[in-house]
Design a protein around this ligand. Sequence first.
Ligand SMILES: Cc1cc2nc3c(=O)[nH]c(=O)nc-3n(C[C@H](O)[C@H](O)[C@H](O)COP(=O)(O)OP(=O)(O)OC[C@H]3O[C@@H](n4cnc5c(N)ncnc54)[C@H](O)[C@@H]3O)c2cc1C
Length: 407
Amino acid sequence: MSPQQRFVIVGASLAGAKAAETLRTEGFDGEVVLIGEEALRPYERPPLSKDYLRGEKSFDETAAVHPADFYDANRIELRKGTRVTEVDPGRAEVVISPGERLGYDRLLLSVGAEPRHLSVPGAELDCVHYLRTVGDSDALRQAFSGSPQVVVIGAGWIGCEVAASARQLGANVAMVELASVPLEKVLGHEVGAIYRDLHADHGVDMHFGVGVDALEGGKAVEGVRLTDGTVLPAQVVVAGIGVTPRTALAERAGLALDNGVLVDEYLTTNAEGIYAAGDVANAFHPRYRTRIRLEHWSAALNQGPAAARNMLGQHKAYDRVPYFFSDQYDLGMEYRGWAPVFDRVVFRGDVANREFISFWVNQGRVVAAMNVNIWDAGDAIEALLNSGGTVDLDRLADPNVDLTELS
Ligand SMILES: Cc1cc2nc3c(=O)[nH]c(=O)nc-3n(C[C@H](O)[C@H](O)[C@H](O)COP(=O)(O)OP(=O)(O)OC[C@H]3O[C@@H](n4cnc5c(N)ncnc54)[C@H](O)[C@@H]3O)c2cc1C
């Protein structure tokens, strides 16, 4: 690779920072420019709803992707607090506000996603929060002090983790969700009910099967009016109602879009020399023969490096089994696989004591699995998912049968 080449990465978070690191570990000797609009150096977001939010660990201890001196030491030009306003694929340049142009030989878009905002009356009131950045997490920690009345809108991963942390910080928490249990869209009713019971056991006041009509209050929010007429008192509202991929730059650049930036299994877009990775990328997955946009830490962690290798011409498909994790109170879990369709869930272990594995099964094949408070099953689960064959469901449920025998 010629030392004169310049690779530009737009979006300096997990996917972008790991891509920059990989360019160097793979021996790229040209310029690496990592541009991010946030003022902080690249960080991971999972702690923002967990230990960092609760004030248990600092930014450096739990969130920063690399030590502060990493970027200089690796000749990575990290341009913090810098926004890219245009991508010009015709001239192979990005425009950095206010008007600086920077040419690239390869470009990675790792611009991530942003929280969806409430559109109900009162959404603009003070003390209505969203959670994506360190600043958002700092603001929430402050808002949760002094045992306030918190209403969490949306019982997805962010909503559930924020509710758990708020309870752990001593806040009174109510949760509102349109579905019948938390996390129903991903986990289904049966497993979602385990999370419902977990939050109930920790004193969260839950309202399922209802929406939000309006937020009420003068300057700051004072209540949340539900579609069934109930008004929940609220001094703090947190909305965790999903994210939208940041596609504006790509759209203006004429890249192909559909629920994110469309990329193939090599994470290449339809434009010469431009790649996308992480939350913004809707990538073709060779295993599932379809495009999937993953909003997971592990996709950012691994797609960034995969894109970097392909920017260097290695032509390697990204085919990892999707993986994510969540921690709520004393329930930690890891989920592997992809289960848009399943016909049953098989449990192995002690569900009542929240120490078990649940398997999502479709036509006799395990398509996804979640280990809850069991930390030595990851490799066996991965092998089972990779083997792809039909399994005996009684043996799958039997904790005395070694999981590796089922692959
Ligand atoms: C609170 C929270 C908790 C989470 N917990 C978990 C968890 O427990 N497990 C799990 O698997 N996943 C979790 N996730 C999801 C995970 O953090 C994301 O999947 C991951 O952050 C995606 O990384 P990314 O690098 O693709 O994008 P992002 O993290 O969204 O970063 C994109 C970056 O690009 C920058 N940017 C955007 N546009 C521009 C521009 N025009 N110019 C310059 N810079 C730009 C943004 O400012 C941002 O810094 C959590 C997310 C949040 C918010």
